[in-house]
Design a protein around this ligand. Structure first.
Ligand code: ATP
Ligand code: MG
Length: 348
C-alpha cells in the first residue's frame, strides 16, 4: 500500500497546461456508469492537457440532505476512490473538498445578492429537480441557491471550460450571468465567463429507460458493481416490447440495450451491424444483452479491482483531498479578495 501512496502523491507535471477546467460530483453516493460516460472518461483524457480541478461537492450534497448529513459525509471517500479507480491521477488533477475551502461559501454569499429568487426558481434544472423531490412547500434555501454555489465554485478557480452532462447547461448560463453582473459592479473584468463541454453521452438512462441514471434515484449500475449485479441489470433492460420473437423486426430507438451499446461498446462498426440485423429481424434480445453484458463486465472488472485497492487505504484518500484542498484554498482566496474589493470590503 505504501508504494501506491508515494506513487500517487508525487507531483511531477511536465506539460504546460493553460486553460482551467472545473468539474465536480455531489458526495451523495458512489459513482455510476452515467458518471463514467457522462464525465469521468472525458476528465481522464482532459487532465493531461488542461489544468483540471475536481471538487467533491459535499456542501452541495447537503442541499437536499440537511436532515441526513451522514449520507454525504460517508460518501466523500467513496467518490475519491471512484476517481482514482477510473484513472484520475492526483499528480495531474487537483482533487479537493468543497467544505474545506471557505472562500467558496463566502463567494456564494456575495453572489447571492446579485441573483433574484425568481431567477433561481426559473432555472430549468432546479425546477425539474424540485418537481422530482418531495420538498412540498419546504424547499431548503440552500437547495434553491445551489446554482449560485456552483457559480462560486467555477469562478473561484477561474475555470473557463466545464465538462458537464446536459442537466448542467442552465448552471453555466446562470454562472455567466453572475460573472457579468459582478464585473459590472467591479467596473472591471475580475471574473471570467465559462463555456460547457458536453460529453458524447450527456444523459445515460437507467435500465428501465424512464429516467436519467442518478445516485438519488437508486437506479444505478455502480462502478464497483459485482459481476452478478451487472448481469442482473443488463437482463432487466428495457428493449422493444413488440420484438416478441427472434425473427421479428425490432426497434432501435428507445431500446436501452442499444443506447448502452452505443455508449460503451468500443467497436462502432460492429454495433451498427447489430442494429441492421436487429431491425431486419433475426437477432434476439438475449444475444444483444449477452454482447452488452460482456462489454460492461470487461470495462468494470479492472475498475472494481482498482477501487477495492484504493478504498482500503483511507489515509491515502484523505491525504489526496487535504493536499488538493490546500492548493485550492490559496487559488480561491485570491478571487475572493478581488470580489470583496469590488464590493469595497477591503478596509484591512
Ligand atoms: P444526484 O442524484 O445526487 O444528483 P447524480 O447521479 O445526478 O447524483 P451528480 O453528482 O449530480 O450525479 O453529477 C455529477 C456530474 O455527472 C454532472 O456533470 C452530471 O451531469 C453527470 N452525470 C450524472 N449522471 C449522469 C448520467 N446518467 N448521464 C450522463 N452524465 C451524468
Ligand atoms: Mg445530479
Amino acid at each position: 500500500m505504501v508504494k501506491i501512496r508515494s506513487h500517487i502523491l508525487q507531483n511531477q507535471t511536465h506539460t504546460i497546461k493553460k486553460e482551467k477546467i472545473l468539474t465536480g460530483d455531489r458526495a451523495t453516493g458512489q459513482l455510476h456508469l452515467g458518471h463514467f460516460v457522462g464525465s469521468l472518461q472525458q476528465r481522464v483524457a482532459l487532465q493531461y492537457k488542461y489544468e483540471q480541478t475536481i471538487l467533491v461537492a459535499d456542501l452541495q450534497g447537503l442541499t437536499d440532505n440537511g436532515h441526513n448529513p451522514h449520507k454525504v459525509s460517508s460518501n466523500i471517500l467513496n467518490v475519491v476512490a471512484d476517481y482514482l479507480a477510473v484513472g484520475i491521477d492526483p499528480r495531474e488533477t487537483t482533487i479537493c473538498l468543497q467544505s474545506a475551502i471557505p472562500a467558496l461559501s463566502e463567494l456564494t454569499m456575495y453572489y447571492s445578492n446579485l441573483v433574484s429568487v425568481s431567477r433561481l426558481q426559473r432555472n430549468p434544472t432546479v425546477k425539474n429537480e424540485i418537481a422530482g423531490k418531495s420538498f412540498g412547500d419546504s424547499i431548503p434555501t440552500g437547495f434553491l441557491m445551489y446554482p449560485i454555489s456552483q457559480a462560486a465554485d467555477i469562478t473561484a478557480f477561474k475555470a473557463t471550460l466545464i465538462p458537464v452532462g446536459d442537466d448542467q447547461l442552465p448552471m453555466i448560463e446562470q454562472t455567466n450571468e453572475i460573472v457579468r453582473k459582478l464585473n459590472h459592479v467591479a467596473q472591471d473584468n475580475i471574473l471570467v465567463e465559462c463555456r460547457p463541454l458536453l460529453s458524447k453521452v450527456p444523459r445515460l438512462p437507467s435500465s428501465d429507460g424512464k429516467h436519467k441514471m442518478s445516485k438519488s434515484m437508486g437506479n444505478c449500475i455502480l462502478l464497483n458493481a459485482s459481476e452478478k449485479d451487472i448481469s442482473k441489470a443488463v437482463k432487466s433492460m428495457y428493449t422493444d416490447p413488440n420484438h416478441l420473437a427472434v425473427e421479428d423486426p425490432g426497434q432501435i430507438v428507445g431500446n436501452i440495450v442499444f443506447t448502452y451499446l452505443d455508449a460503451f461498446h468500443p467497436d462502432i462498426a460492429f454495433v451498427d451491424e447489430l442494429k441492421v440485423r436487429y431491425q431486419k429481424g433475426g437477432l434476439g434480445d438475449g444475444t444483444t444483452k449477452k454482447i452488452l453484458e460482456e462489454c460492461l463486465q470487461e470495462i468494470l472488472k479492472p475498475i472494481r479491482k482498482r477501487r477495492e485497492m484504493f478504498i482500503s487505504d483511507k489515509a491515502q484518500l484523505i491525504e489526496i483531498l487535504r493536499t488538493g484542498s490546500r492548493k485550492s484554498q490559496e487559488e480561491s482566496n485570491q478571487v475572493l479578495n478581488n470580489v470583496k474589493q469590488a464590493f469595497g470590503f477591503n478596509l484591512f
